[in-house]
Design a protein around this ligand. Structure first.
Ligand SMILES: Nc1ncnc2c1ncn2[C@@H]1O[C@H](COP(=O)(O)OP(=O)(O)O)[C@@H](O)[C@H]1O
Ligand code: SF4
Ligand SMILES: [Mg+2]
Length: 356
């Protein structure tokens, strides 16, 4: 069976007008591919403003009108056009939004969870289900008649979660469900999301908190400057040696338990001609400056880097993209002879070049 969700080569840009008339395209997401299986939680981890919510909004078909989009979204093997997205939104695919502001402040929470109904029979059925789902998440009957402003942070989160689950969706998108919550509510949220997986749901967990991703997900996709640069199994994040991309390694090394070896530098806001991590990369090659690495599969891990290190070995795997493009043979000599390789691999005589 195919994947529950597949997003292929998604790019999103916005047209901006600088100083009145100069048109400028701001690319926010570039060539993003990601997939989720049934009973799988995939976290998308990226800093604020890196395009995580835009990914969620693309899947749901609620992007702002000025967004230019290429690529496609497949759900249960079918490409979703706008019409199909609207049809399954709130049913087969549901969103747990980031904030209580997504709730209508003028409507009781039970009413908005039930939503529009075509007749009394449907209303009765939905109200019954709403009560069951609310009760399952510890919301007693007194909550039904509350307005959003009357909810505590923890209750609001449970209302958002219950509302999203009311129609028993197959895919849940949780957009930053934990910021602002106390430790106990964060723990409950993680448990709630994990329990969805046990009920066969696929979950796309969007977060900028690595700790939450590590404790919740099966796989983690790392966003960097609008690109997915690595998708790896959560267990490989326990030791940066098991990770492939230098940014992902640095991210994990910077965890408090690993002694905060922080990387310097900022993510480029504008798209660059080569690898987006070039300026900050300790193992960059000459070719990285003007050639873009593609996202390729290596032993079940997705990686976007010309010069990643094989896990558990000292050897550098210099993989090309598999397509005919980009890196010619002259690059090979650059790699082996280059002074631009700034890394522990500098003295490594065992570099493997696929082209050799
Ligand atoms: N309607 C819009 N017009 C122009 N730029 C936008 C619009 N919506 C989002 N963006 C840009 O896209 C970037 C990514 O937004 P978003 O997906 O909300 O980031 P994240 O969820 O990762 O914090 C923002 O920093 C902003 O620059
Ligand atoms: S080695 Fe090159 S391709 Fe890999 S992250 Fe560094 S700059 Fe990018
Ligand atoms: Mg967001």
């Amino acid at each position: 069976m195919g994947k529950l969700l597949e997003v292929n080569n998604l790019s999103i840009s916005f047209t901006q007008y600088v100083q009145g008339l100069n048109r400028h395209d701001l690319k926010v997401i570039s060539d993003l591919s990601i997939d989720i299986d049934e009973s799988e939680i995939v976290a998308v981890l990226g800093s604020s403003g890196s395009g995580k919510s835009l990914l969620a909004h693309t899947i749901l078909g609620i992007l702002p009108y000025n967004a230019h989009v290429t690529g496609d979204v497949n759900f249960k093997g079918q490409i979703l056009d706008q019409e199909k997205k609207e049809k399954i939104r709130g049913k087969e695919i549901c969103l747990i939004p980031q904030s209580v502001n997504f709730l209508d402040p003028l409507m009781k929470v039970s009413q908005q969870a039930v939503g529009e109904c075509k007749d009394d029979n449907e209303r009765k059925e939905k109200e019954k289900r709403q009560r069951e789902v609310f009760a399952k998440y510890g919301l007693d009957e007194s909550v039904d008649d509350l307005y959003p402003f009357e909810l505590s942070g923890g209750m609001a989160r449970k209302v958002l979660l219950s509302t999203a689950l009311l129609n028993d969706p197959d895919l849940l998108i949780a957009d930053e469900p934990t910021p602002g919550l106390d430790a106990k509510s964060v723990e409950e949220t993680i448990q709630d999301i994990r329990s969805l997986k046990e009920h066969g749901k696929g979950v796309l967990l969007i977060t900028h908190e690595i700790d939450v991703a590590l404790r919740t997900a099966d796989r983690i996709a790392i966003f960097y400057s609008g690109y997915v640069i690595e998708i790896n199994k959560v267990e490989n994040f326990l030791n940066s040696e098991n990770l492939l991309h230098p940014y992902t390694k640095a991210l994990v090394d910077a965890l408090p338990k690993n002694g905060f070896k922080l990387t310097e530098g900022v993510q480029p806001l504008e798209d660059v001609p080569g690898c987006p991590y070039y300026e900050n990369c300790p193992i960059r090659l000459d070719k990285c400056q003007n050639n873009k690495p593609e996202l390729i599969e290596h032993d079940g891990i997705m990686i976007r880097c010309f010069n990643f290190k094989e896990t558990g070995s000292e050897e550098v795997v210099s993989e090309e993209t598999g397509s005919e493009d980009v890196v010619s043979e002259e690059v090979v000599s650059e790699e082996t002879g280059s002074e631009d390789v700034v890394s522990e691999e500098d003295n490594n005589e065992e570099e493997i070049n696929d082209e050799a």
